[in-house]
Design a protein around this ligand. Structure first.
Ligand code: UD1
Length: 386
């Protein structure tokens, strides 16, 4: 394997770090492998997520190959985590001299790897570029803005991405509106999702939701919702109230579990119609989302997945960086006011909520479009060779 940093090759280093990255990367790797330009892909896992149920089992389901490099950075403050990824990623670039680094999403590792590559003059490709919440208190917003400024090719998932990037001065010829790779994975995997009864059975919750009866699904892990004890308590009390009207299933993210413990709020989880589950395997989560009466979430990916499934979603935030899920999809911004959240849930229970429509290019072929654009880039680079 050539190791000189100046070597021209078709090698693309692809970075994954946290759970949602895996669903985004799987179709991209597949599409690049299937393309006729024969690029070589390297998979680098930074280890930002490391628990078996946040990471390990997803590889098999998503047909992802074992990573070529595992950086095992683990958890830490933003500065420590970001710095540690950079420190450990740089030698990988030195050793492998890729033609480009491909990053997905907006987690700390996305920014860290983009920055490391850019400083070494290695072009960066960003999948899911251009999303903006215009809320810089969100760590992901900082990661998005900086990563996009450093990127050579920017692949957007919805039309707002192009508008945002042009406004920030990114040249139009670097931006490709390709659609949503997460939905590529959803469409491929949905036929394999188990029935709800099986998911409940596996979680020792059989009978918790009688066959065919409505239930709500909740996911919540954003620091802005779970790190502040008062806010977390208010949100959990709202959920407990909701559970008096329909059963609530709540897969617990490790951050949320830790915060509930730290703030001594775990007693709220004892409500009779509220069931906590561990972080779920991808197919189980698809099943619970598809069949839910309503999904409450602060996740970005879940807003998109419910839109693709036509399931009503209430976003427990004041904004979204994925506006198409509201303007076209089944999502509504519920914010954090208990009265508003409960009123919106009751509306959905009574009237069914909006089904919305599936946004442009959320058709299972986003990764193919990305692979085609990368092919063009590789050949233009070859043509420009002195
Ligand atoms: C990260 C991303 C967020 C993404 C989320 C998906 C950033 C800034 N945040 O948030 O954008 O939506 O992943 O899940 O990159 N922990 C474990 N096991 C793990 C991983 C984490 O127990 O495998 C615990 C650790 O105590 C850690 C905490 O969860 O401190 C939070 O993890 P971290 O990776 O810092 O951020 P997330 O909240 O997962």
């Amino acid at each position: 394997m050539p190791t000189s940093p100046t070597t021209r090759n078709n090698r693309i280093a692809c970075v994954v770090a946290a759970r949602p990255n895996l669903m985004k990367m799987a179709p991209v790797l597949r599409a690049i492998k299937q393309a006729d330009y024969q690029a070589e892909t390297l998979l680098v896992h930074t280890g930002q997520h490391y628990d078996q149920d946040m990471d390990g089992q997803f590889f098999k389901t998503l047909e992802l190959a074992e990573p070529d490099f595992r950086l095992e950075v683990g958890s830490g403050s933003h500065a420590v985590q970001t710095a540690e990824v950079m420190r450990r990623f740089e030698p990988v670039l030195d050793q492998t001299a890729p033609a480009a680094v491909l990053v997905v999403g907006d987690v700390n590792s996305t920014l860290a790897c983009a920055l490391t590559a850019a400083k070494k003059n290695i072009p960066v490709f960003h999948v899911e570029a251009g999303l903006r919440s215009y809320d810089r208190s969100m760590p992901e917003e900082i990661n998005r803005i900086v990563t996009d400024q450093l990127s050579e090719l920017l692949f957007t998932s919805e039309s707002s991405g192009m508008t945002n990037l042009l406004r920030e001065g990114v040249p139009a010829n670097r931006i490709y509106f390709v659609g949503n790779v997460m939905i590529d994975t959803l469409l491929r995997q949905l036929p394999h999702a188990p029935p709800v009864s099986q998911v409940l059975n596996d979680a020792n919750l059989s009978g918790f939701v009688p066959e065919g009866q409505p239930y709500a699904l909740l996911t919540m892990h954003r620091p802005s919702n779970v790190d502040d004890p008062q806010r977390l308590r208010a949100l959990m009390e709202t959920i407990v109230k909701l559970s008096g009207e329909l059963p609530v299933l709540f897969p617990l993210h490790p951050r949320t579990r830790a915060m509930l413990r730290q703030h001594q709020l775990t007693a709220l989880l004892d409500a009779p119609q509220l069931a906590c589950l561990p972080p779920l395997p991808y197919l189980d989560m698809l099943s619970l989302m598809k069949n839910a009466k309503v999904v409450l979430t602060d996740s970005g990916g879940v807003q998109e997945e419910t839109t693709a499934l036509g399931v009503p979603c209430l976003t427990l935030r004041e904004n979204t960086e994925r506006p198409v899920t509201v303007t076209e999809g089944s999502n509504a911004i519920a914010g954090r006011d208990p009265a508003v959240i409960l009123a919106l849930c009751r509306d959905i229970l009574r009237y069914g909520g909006k089904a919305g429509r599936v946004p442009q290019h959320w058709d299972g072929r986003a990764a193919e479009r990305i692979a085609a654009a990368i092919g063009l880039w590789l050949s233009s680079r070859r043509d420009a060779r002195p």
